[in-house]
Write a protein that binds this ligand. Structure first.
Ligand code: 3EB
Length: 332
């Protein structure tokens, strides 16, 4: 059985979801964020392009919730959702702060009985700013790789899917989905694996997989899709938004096709999150995505900085198998 579903709802319904004991996480968007004492409330400090949306993660059973060493968590017996936010003491310490954040996140996940992170989101400010000659995104990658090495994570075969996104709000924020057993790492045949990027993109390659495929039951598959952009091979492609979007959509299509080789039913996006640079008019992007994946595909547009200066748009999401959708679609 599918252990949880994820869907977008109007932010006005947040209180109703907080009364549901199966709630694993309620993602709130917008900047600046208000801190919350409820461990299930996870702030993503990025403005929405339009509307006021909340993202609901609903488990199949009542959740156990709490805070462990500053890590907020909720688990259903099948999956664990967790998040933490660490303040930065100085802009040049991002790499060591990243190590500390990963250690705490992964230690909390292990302590709760979920040693395998499937998907990790990383948010921090000034992602493209250079400090002492090193871009902060690259400093983050140095810290992340050191932390995963220290955890003895298999760096080429069991990397979690990820996104690394620039905010305007202070603090390094991580949130993650973890499981008791590993998923399958999926790479994109159109792209060099990020963990094999040459050193022109930074002293340590980015430690993430393009996607993780998780078989939750005989026929219930989830594909956790990393942030996907207009990168072919290892190089960024195109200068204008719509050309980057088309390349990104080809990457998503190729990635899903790759994952479909391991599923019993074809995967389709259940929801997509689209990051667009603040100064860029999203123009006809929504229509183009709908054309590719169908007009009913739920989309959320956020204003964000992307980890390579030249990239204007990045898309991530969850794809599910037809059977998973049929047996347990999101509640109305
Ligand atoms: C890329 O393909 C675009 O460092 O965690 C996408 C998803 C990107 C995740 C990360 C970076 C990350 O390289 C950038």
């Amino acid at each position: 059985m599918t252990p949880f579903t994820v869907f977008y709802r109007d932010a006005a319904s947040a209180d109703d979801w907080l009364n549901d004991d199966r709630l694993l996480a309620l993602l709130q968007f917008g900047s600046p964020v208000a801190p919350s004492a409820d461990p299930r409330i996870c702030a993503v400090p990025l403005p929405e392009l339009d509307g006021a949306t909340t993202e609901v993660w609903l488990g199949a059973r009542p959740a156990r919730i709490g805070v462990l060493d500053g890590v907020h968590y909720a688990d259903s017996g099948d999956v664990l959702f967790l998040h933490l936010c660490l303040g930065e003491s100085a802009p040049g310490t991002l790499s060591s702060l990243t190590i500390a954040a990963y250690q705490r996140l992964l230690a909390a996940a292990r302590a709760r009985g979920y040693p395998h992170p499937l998907r990790i989101w990383n948010y921090f400010p000034a992602i493209n700013q250079r400090i002492d000659g090193l871009e902060r995104y690259r400093a983050f990658c140095v810290g992340r790789q050191a932390a995963l090495r220290a955890e003895r994570m298999e760096l080429e075969t069991h990397l979690p899917a990820a996104s690394a996104i620039g905010t305007r709000d202070p603090g390094l924020r991580l949130y993650a989905l973890a499981a008791q057993e590993t998923g399958w790492q999926i790479e994109n045949p159109r792209q060099v694996s990020a963990f094999h990027y040459p050193t022109q993109y930074g002293p340590q390659s980015p430690s993430f997989s393009r996607a993780i495929l998780k078989h939750w039951g005989e026929r219930d598959d989830h594909l956790y899709i990393s942030g996907t952009a207009s990168v072919v091979g290892h190089a960024s492609q195109h200068l204008d938004l719509m050309a980057q979007l088309d390349e990104t959509l080809l990457n998503l299509e190729a990635l899903i096709a790759q994952a479909n080789q391991r599923t019993s039913a074809p995967l389709r996006p259940a929801l997509l999150r689209v990051y667009v640079r603040p100064d860029i008019d999203p123009g006809p992007a929504r229509g183009r995505i709908a054309q590719m994946f169908g007009p009913d595909t739920p989309l959320l547009f956020l204003r964000a900085d992307i980890c390579r200066r030249e990239l204007l748009i990045e898309i991530e999401g969850l794809a599910t198998s037809a059977t998973a959708r049929h047996h347990q679609g999101p509640p109305p």
